[in-house]
Structure formats: C-alpha cells, structure tokens
Design a protein around this ligand. Structure first.
Ligand SMILES: NC(=O)c1ccc[n+]([C@@H]2O[C@H](COP(=O)([O-])OP(=O)(O)OC[C@H]3O[C@@H](n4cnc5c(N)ncnc54)[C@H](OP(=O)(O)O)[C@@H]3O)[C@@H](O)[C@H]2O)c1
Length: 340
C-alpha cells in the first residue's frame, strides 16, 4: 500500500532527479505519472528500472492522486498547482510562487518538519530556493547551540540551478571558445558564463540586491528564525552541478570551531570533511549525486566576538530541490496522509 504520485516537470533537471530519488529511497508508490508540456508528450523518462511515457500536464486530471511534486516555472505553477490542490492532491512545489505565502509551509525537513501540518490551508507545501536549503541545514544545529545573530553569505551557484538550457549554454560556450567561428553569444545569461563568474542571479530589486539574494534572507527567516539577520551576494559560476557557499556567522554565545565541528558531525543531513590540508575539503564536483550538505573550512572569525566561517557545498538538484521535495513527501506520508 502506497501513494498515487505525480511528477510535474518530469523532463526537466529537477523532475528527472525527483523520479530518481523516489525510486532510490523506495518511496511507497502505488501508481506514478510523469507530466510535462504538450511538446514532450510521449517522451520517455526513467523511474528506477521502469520507463514512463510523459503525459500532457494541460489535460491531466489530478482527481484521486495523492501527492504532486511540481518542478516547473512559477508562471505555469500559478495555473496548474491550484488545479491539482483543489482536486485534493497535495502539491509540493519547487518554484518560488508560494514560498512567502503565510498559508503555505516552507519546509526543510532537517529544520522545520513540524510545520508541514500547515499544508491543509491550501493543500500546498513549498520547497525553498536551492541556496537556502543547504545553508539552513548547516545553520540549524549551530543556532540551537549558540543562537545566530547575523549571517553574511557569498554563493557560488552552478548553472543547473537555472535549468537545462543554461547547462547547454555553458557546454556550448566552453566548446565554442576552442572552435574558431563557433557561436559563444550569451542567451540564457546576460554575460558569457564559460570561464567567467556573474554576480547576478534573478532580477534586480529597487534596493540594489537581486531577488536571489532577497530569497535567501526571507526564506532563512521563515524556515529557521525570523530574528536572524542575513545578507547575501549570489554569484553564478561555470560549474554544471553543485552550489557552494562561503558563510560567516555571528552568534550570541561563544562557540569555538572545535565544538562547532563536533555539532555539525552529528547533525542530520550534514557531512563534515575538514582536514586543514591541501584537498582536505569538498568541492562541488564531489557532491554531485549525493544527498548530504558538506561542510569544510570550519574556523574562528577573530574579527568579531563570537564568529565562525565555514564552506558549505551541496548538489543543488538534490538537497536544493528534488531530494528536499521527496523528504517533504516522506514527512507528509508519515505524519499526515493515509496510504491508498
Ligand atoms: N535547478 C535547481 O537547482 C532548482 C532548485 C530549486 C528550485 N528549482 C525550481 O524548479 C523548477 C524547475 O527547474 P528545472 O531546473 O528542473 O528546470 P528545467 O530543467 O528547465 O525543466 C523545466 C520543466 O518544466 C516543464 N514545463 C515548463 N513549462 C511548462 C508548462 N507550461 N507546462 C508543462 N510543463 C512545463 C518542462 O517541460 P518540457 O520539457 O516539456 O518543456 C520541464 O519538464 C523551477 O521553478 C525552478 O525555479 C530549481
């Protein structure tokens, strides 16, 4: 006995990973449907050792389905998520559309699993931004011990965070730079991404910060603690998968780096790799396909009274999106839904 599960956006980066992770974690699935846009009708996607044919989201009837994992952009989500939710199917949404809605819980299971029960107001649960998800997994156990006052974070975000077209753009620009006459003109990003870094993710706001930077502030407050001050600089880097973050944390109470390391070693979802020697830390390429949020370079910040620095890396398609969404479905199944 299990659930009837729909994966929406099954041909995309996150959708494919959601299918992989549902199968890997043996989520109790009685029936599964893979949906995408009409142009992908009949496209084959893998679910464990099965092959599913993609169906058209526009004509799909969600009645009788238990859980829909959405990974399409906000515009399409606005049209289809309420349709699914109104049919009685619980939506777990990866877009940013519902994250700041007070009637929609925003969940990272290692941090605020209890808030999942709030889904009943709209039948929708939101999944956070990829950069926020891995950061709050690292912050939560430290906050519990020494109360975080302020976080200063700089991100190094991979192109898969923008979707499959952005991965193609990095690949084609990289190849194109070695083949005379081949096109390297930017289309997805405003500037060349190959062999470059771009300090701009999502739109600019009146304050001068970008929407991505604003999301890290707003989502950390909603998931972890509204009292924590966060300031972020979000940067796109020419990495295919895996987001990295340099995080500076100021605490109310003193916390030395050795105790912080011990706390993080025991924390759910975290793996510490911190040898203080060449290669004794994690880089994004090593986290691809993994579940963990990796922490390295844990050290005191001696310029403030109670400060620490650390380096945080995770697979943005997994903990930053698909894994977190499946973990939410697991919590929902264990605490709220009856098996069919
Ligand atoms: N990538 C990340 O790290 C990450 C992290 C957190 C959240 N997210 C969010 O997750 C969502 C998906 O991201 P992604 O990286 O997987 O994008 P992607 O690789 O570009 O895939 C987009 C998916 O959405 C489908 N789609 C788009 N418009 C549609 C429509 N009108 N009707 C039906 N299906 C439609 C596409 O289907 P077709 O193939 O048929 O076009 C495809 O399956 C976005 O909201 C993104 O912000 C992504």
């Amino acid at each position: 006995m299990g659930y009837k599960v729909v994966v929406v956006g099954a041909t995309g980066n996150v959708g494919k990973e959601m299918l992989n992770i549902l199968a890997e974690r043996e989520f109790p699935v009685d029936e599964i449907a893979a949906l995408a846009s009409r142009k992908s009708l009949g496209t084959e996607v893998s679910f464990g050792d099965r092959t599913l044919k993609t169906q058209d989201l526009d004509t799909f009837d969600f009645t009788g389905w238990d859980i829909a994992l959405f990974a399409i952009g906000s515009d399409a989500t606005k049209v289809y998520a309420p349709k699914a939710a109104d049919s009685g199917c619980v939506v777990i949404d990866n877009s940013s559309l519902y994250r700041y809605d007070p009637d929609v819980p925003l969940i990272v299971p290692e941090v605020n699993a209890d808030a999942v029960v709030g889904y009943t107001k709209k039948n929708i649960i939101a999944n956070p931004n990829c950069s926020t998800a891995q950061m709050v997994v690292a912050l939560k156990p430290l906050h519990d011990r020494a109360r975080i006052k302020r976080v200063v974070v700089a991100t190094y975000q991979s192109v898969s965070g923008t979707g499959k077209e952005a991965m193609d753009e990095l690949w084609n620009q990289t190849k194109g730079l070695f083949v005379p006459g081949q096109e390297v003109e930017p289309k997805v990003y405003p500037k060349q991404i190959a062999f470059n870094v771009i300090p701009h993710i999502d739109v600019f706001l009146d304050s001068g910060e970008t929407k991505e930077e604003w999301k890290m502030v707003a989502e950390t407050k909603k998931i972890l603690d509204p009292k924590i001050k966060v300031t972020a600089t979000c940067v796109r880097v020419p990495v295919f998968v895996g987001h990295s973050e340099a995080i500076n944390i100021e605490f109310e109470d003193h916390l030395d780096w050795e105790e912080a390391t011990d706390i993080l070693r025991e924390a759910p979802g975290v793996l510490v790799v911190d040898k203080r020697e060449a290669g004794g830390y994690i880089t994004p390429i090593e986290c691809v396909g993994e579940y963990a949020t990796y922490i390295s370079r844990i050290r005191q910040d001696s310029t403030i009274e109670n400060g620490l620095n650390l380096w945080c890396v995770s697979d943005n398609l997994r903990k930053g999106a698909a894994l977190n969404a499946v973990q939410i479905a697991e919590v929902l199944g264990q605490r709220c839904l009856k098996k069919g």
